[in-house]
Design a protein around this ligand. Structure first.
Ligand code: AMP
Ligand code: TRP
Length: 332
């Protein structure tokens, strides 16, 4: 039986990239597999957060997951800090992973920027915690967007080195699950940058809570180029904005990018954008409305998270004891 684990940071502004690259796929997996979906608040504090915003964003992300169609009974939905095993295993992995491995992580370089000396130690060790999230439950499959592939390769290396160092066959191999189109949704202002929660411009992303007007306006204002729409994907490399918008259409309508090229290639951006906006509104507005209702009355969200936390702790506890035994920690 495959066990699925994935995570999302509670940093506010859940956006279309999170939805298409991750959450929508999580919803598809829930019918077939045992799934754990974790709101990674320990990861969030690798950068300083206002405590009350962290709390509010944790609820907002949980509301987003439920509104998108995840079922709190069939899945284990919880916030990471409720299960101390994540931090404990992350510490062990801090001692397994090598500095050289972490030095190669591109996300750290992007997030730390020029002032690397001033980044938190947690931000550097972030991928070790991510490996711990997954391996604490011996999860085998991790549905994520492209940007997380390197972290998952590191999780495999850590699992393998742990097994080798201790001469055990304890942790399984971790596989990324990256679904079809929209594995990398780009900013609406710059087709070479990924759509992100932290972009200072709200026009760069479509938030899951945006209303119909906001969605239509952001798509209308999205950056384009002066040519007509490309008729085939070979042209995409030189035209990142067209590639992104046409990719979004394909992902939202669940058709292939080739179909979108056949249908809209040679046409004008303005007419295409109108259709893209209608499609995005039809898909997202109902989710956004459910999300807002859940956020107005957080009791339901808190209940789901509390139950998920209990179930995750139960699952983690025996594995953690086995890990302690493997490492040689005395449990008198
Ligand atoms: P984060 O917002 O960084 O916590 O990411 C949560 C999930 O959304 C991860 O699986 C990411 O890979 C995915 N994700 C984030 N941004 C994008 C994007 N621009 N395009 C596709 N997937 C994304
Ligand atoms: N690092 C992931 C992101 O930024 C979030 C995450 C944390 C995660 N732990 C995870 C994703 C475990 C998958 C599995 O998107």
């Amino acid at each position: 039986m495959k066990r699925i684990f994935s995570g999302v940071q509670p940093t506010g502004n859940l956006h279309l990239g999170n939805y298409l690259g991750a959450i929508r796929n999580w919803v598809k997996l829930q019918d077939e597999f045992d799934c754990l979906y974790c709101i990674v608040d320990l990861h969030a504090v690798t950068v300083w957060r206002k405590p009350e915003e962290l709390t509010a964003n944790t609820r907002e992300v949980a509301a987003g997951l439920l509104a998108a169609g995840l079922d709190g009974k069939r899945n284990i939905i919880f916030n990471q800090s409720q299960v101390p095993g994540h931090s404990e295993l992350a510490w062990i992995f801090n001692c397994v992973a090598r500095l050289g491995w972490l030095n190669r992580m591109t996300q750290f370089k992007e997030k730390a920027g020029k002032n690397k000396e001033n980044a938190s130690v947690g931000l550097f060790a972030y991928p070790n915690l991510m490996a711990a999230d997954i391996l604490l439950y011996k999860a085998t499959h991790v549905p994520v967007g492209e940007d997380q592939k390197q972290h998952l390769e590191l999780a495999r290396d850590i699992a393998q080195k742990f097994n080798n160092d201790f001469g055990v066959d304890f942790f399984p191999e971790v596989e990324p699950l990256i679904f079809g189109t929209a594995t990398r949704v780009m900013s609406l202002r710059d087709g070479t940058k990924k759509m992100s929660k932290s972009d200072p411009s709200d026009y760069s992303r479509i938030n899951m809570t945006d209303n119909a007007d906001a969605i239509a306006k952001k798509i209308r204002k999205a950056k384009t180029d002066p040519q007509s729409l490309p008729a085939n994907v070979e042209k995409f490399d030189a035209r990142p904005e067209a590639a992104n918008l046409m990719g979004l259409y394909a992902a939202l309508s669940e058709t292939s990018i080739e179909d979108v090229c056949n249908r809209f290639g040679g046409g004008e951006f303005s007419a295409f954008k109108k259709q893209l906006a209608d499609l995005a509104v039809a898909k997202l507005v109902p989710i956004g409305e459910r999300m807002r209702r859940l956020m107005e009355d957080p009791a339901e969200v808190d209940r789901v998270l509390a139950q998920g936390g209990r179930r995750a702790r139960q699952l983690a506890e025996p594995t953690l004891k086995e890990i302690q035994d493997v490492v040689g920690f005395l449990r008198p």
